[in-house]
Design a protein around this ligand. Structure first.
Ligand SMILES: [Zn+2]
Length: 188
């Protein structure tokens, strides 16, 4: 407890990069809906499991990751935050993209379930998944599985059995796949 007081976290303030054009605030869409507790806690466990993030910087990194997702995918901000704690830019970009896409996939599931959808179709993007995120041979192996999953129908709450585990499009870092929910009355 006492040590915690001594090791006070440094104050860090993010200043967004200057843009060449100014944003028209009236052209902006309404604020995105707040993140659910489930999505927040998933972001938290993703960040906490990263070997790149030192233990004493976890809270900072988690807060910044949540802000990044909550603001609709402010990748530059999370890349900055990870840079502040010593993560190199390329790796930080991989983490920022992974965290955002995964959170987006989880939010899609929540939205689709809330709208009454129970099943969806897996859509392979056409561009290889996992390139640059995993060693090439592992990336190719998993990409083949995702490519083969194209057009398979799966329960939204469970996901599709891809290889040896159930997963959903966009959930695994580096996955570019998406899903199309099925209208129960129209498509059956
Ligand atoms: Zn994929």
């Amino acid at each position: 407890m006492f040590l915690k007081w001594l090791r006070k976290a440094p104050k860090r303030v993010y200043s967004p990069p200057k843009r060449e054009y100014s944003l028209n605030p009236f052209a902006l869409k309404g604020a995105p809906p707040p993140l659910s507790d489930a999505v927040k806690s998933d972001i938290k466990s993703q960040i906490r499991s990263l070997p790149d993030v030192p233990k004493n910087e976890r809270n900072f990194a988690v807060e910044e990751a949540i802000i990044c997702v909550q603001s609709g995918g402010d990748l530059a901000r999370l890349v900055w935050a990870l840079g502040e704690i010593g993560v190199d830019k390329k790796r930080a970009a991989t983490i920022a993209r992974g965290v955002n896409r995964r959170a987006g996939a989880l939010q899609d599931v929540e939205r689709q379930s809330a709208l009454g959808f129970t099943e969806a179709i897996w859509k392979y993007s056409g561009s290889p998944c996992f390139r640059g995120c995993l060693p090439d041979d592992k990336a190719d192996e998993l990409d083949t599985l995702h490519r083969n999953a194209n057009n398979f129908r799966f329960p939204i709450n469970k996901g599709l059995l891809v290889g040896s585990a159930y997963t959903r499009p966009g959930l695994d870092w580096g996955c570019k796949c998406t899903s199309t929910p099925i209208f129960p009355e129209l498509d059956d």
